[in-house]
Design a protein around this ligand. Structure first.
Ligand SMILES: C[S@@+](CC[C@H](N)C(=O)[O-])C[C@H]1O[C@@H](n2cnc3c(N)ncnc32)[C@H](O)[C@@H]1O
Length: 269
């Protein structure tokens, strides 16, 4: 498979190169990065591991994983992003698709899907990607996958006072009812791109359909919402307290739906 298997608007979105700075430029991006790194470091552990970063984009996570001492292979269907990732020290970057991984069975200690499930619109495709991750990981290894929360678009509209914007009601009603984010069909070309959003319970259900028992983590919890986030992250003691609280509440079921992103993680038998 190659990049032609992506919807044209998804390919066009990632070809713009925005992933290079997405997790460093804004406060919400910085929080997503710090929390993803914190959760993954604890799950992977300190020993050097072989890590397959599927949908790794320009290598935002592959870079620090390689710097941590892991042997990292990145797979992504967007050639322009793979070219950027290939320049990172210690990262082997290749073109490929999460639904048909170009790797041998049981060949990695860890398989990450930090993005592909955002853009696979059917349950069958998402379960196929998770089943591929399970095939690629060794017995006892870790599969971790990120998803966008079902309520994130509505909370984002609340945050930026976007309810009156033309097309917003149609987009928000559709995503709440179906999980599908289809900005173009609502005339909102500047809003992300075609994507799928998950209710918290769907994460473990889709892992289970691929033969894995997942624990589900809130990546940002509710902390992506306040206007004070940038200041909290900039101040060392506030950031430490914020990260500690988010860690304490990361598996609190009643807060999962407030998170912009969720992370499912399973040890493979
Ligand atoms: C929001 S970006 C995330 C990039 C990076 N992993 C991160 O966490 O910041 C989503 C990524 O998923 C990739 N992607 C989309 N569909 C995919 C598929 N079918 N297989 C593998 N990757 C896919 C995109 O090319 C993009 O790099």
């Amino acid at each position: 498979m190659n990049e032609s298997t992506l919807a044209p608007e998804v390919l066009e979105y990632y070809d713009r190169g925005g992933e290079v700075t997405r997790l460093t430029a804004s406060a919400t991006g910085r929080l997503e990065f710090l929390r993803t790194q914190d959760i993954l470091r604890r799950l992977i552990g300190p020993e050097p591991a072989s890590v397959l970063d599927v949908g790794g984009g320009t290598g935002i996570h592959s870079g620090w994983l390689a710097a941590d001492g892991h042997a990292v292979t990145l797979i992504d269907p967007v050639a322009s992003q793979v070219a950027i990732a290939a320049k990172l020290p210690g990262v082997d970057a290749r073109i490929g698709d999460a639904r048909d991984l170009p790797v041998a069975e049981a060949s990695f200690d860890v398989v990450l899907l930090m993005g592909p499930l955002y853009h696979l619109q059917t349950t069958a495709e998402r379960v196929a990607a998770l089943a591929e991750a399970r095939r690629a990981v060794r017995p006892g290894g870790l599969v971790a996958a990120a998803v966008i929360g079902r309520f994130a678009p509505w909370l984002d509209a609340l945050r930026w006072d976007l309810f009156q914007r033309e097309g917003a009601t149609g987009l928000l009603d559709h995503v709440a009812a179906t999980g599908e984010l289809r900005p173009r069909e609502n005339g909102l070309r500047d809003v992300f791109t075609t994507a799928y959003t998950h209710r918290p319970e769907q994460v473990a259900e889709e892992f289970a359909a691929a033969g894995m028992a997942a624990e589900v983590y809130a990546v940002e919890g509710a902390a992506w919402l306040p206007d004070t986030l940038a200041a909290l992250l900039d101040d060392d003691s506030s950031r430490v307290r914020l990260m500690s609280g988010l860690r304490d509440f990361e598996r609190e079921a009643s807060l999962l739906g407030a998170s912009s992103h969720l992370l499912g993680a399973a040890r493979v038998a």
